[in-house]
Design a protein around this ligand. Sequence first.
Ligand SMILES: [Zn+2]
Length: 376
Amino acid sequence: MTTTIDLVSYEDALASYDPVMGLEVHVELGTKTKMFCGCSTELGAEPNSQTCPTCLGMPGALPVVNATGVESAIKIGLALHCEIAEWCRFARKNYFYPDMPKNFQTSQYDEPIAFNGYLDVQLEDGEVFRVEIERAHMEEDTGKSLHVGGATGRIHGASHSLLDYNRAGIPLIEIVTKPIEGAGERAPEVAKAYVAELRELIKALGVSEARMEQGQMRCDVNLSLRPHGREKFGTRSETKNVNSLRSVERAARFEIQRHAAVLNSGGTIIQETRHFHEDTGSTTSGRVKEEAEDYRYFPEPDLVPVAPSREWVEELRAGLPEQPLARRNRLREEWDVNAHDMQSMLNAWAFDTLGGCIAGRGARHPPPAWGVCGCG
Ligand SMILES: [Zn+2]
């Protein structure tokens, strides 16, 4: 379905509506083995060489939880100021998808391992915006389809498809925000800043390299508009698997303009998933979005509940690194550089997440003066 609409200008959209966003970020953990079996997670192996009866869903195969996966999930939850569940279970999310040979995804439903947190993010002008976190839960990745013979790489027009299950079962953490309200015209900037800050945090924790261009971290952007002064949320669209910071911002911006155009013309927004296109900066319709009850979630009978002891949780809390935002602010003061120059340095990737120069020879030091560093 490709209907083209005349977008409303961004300014006109914001003059009539308040955007409400929900961001769902999937992070692939950097564990050595998969979440429920001993298969390697190493990238670049021959297709289907890293599979076993468990991650292929063969009859009789039984999953076992990866302890490092649970530990990483707790670290992420704690770093996001979440409560950590004393007891929680995995659930089966049932659907048919060729990427998922089990015909269900092992996930968590109403009992996430971490919930009720927040992440403070800094916008370009230095303002800090608090994003509330609904939950962070554990699940597994799907395999990969390769559609061959078509022009676009999508299934439409392809002559056949190949499946690679090496990725099926790699641990994922899904981090879901509460509705982000009150950002107004800065909503797309908040979305970008949130994903950027979350990526820094994940890297600082050492639980994933969080490379968006490799799909190790990807963001679903939920967006709806409501007329100024109205409390009830509008219908949302969900733009799936956006895989760069810039695209997160562009996707949110495009959807604000598209929603406003539909609403202004008396139309209704359809609750659906959408695809973002890098080349045009636009989104197109995917599929009508299922409701949670359509997945017939039920507790996973093959896995024991996860009940992290309070001692373990406190031990992990004590070992958390300094929050990236706090560290940046501390270094900025120590080095006496302004927020803009600090941002330029980070953008240029001259400094790693520990705040040290990585331009040359592994030396790590603060800059003698902005732009002047003998390492390079
Ligand atoms: Zn396996």
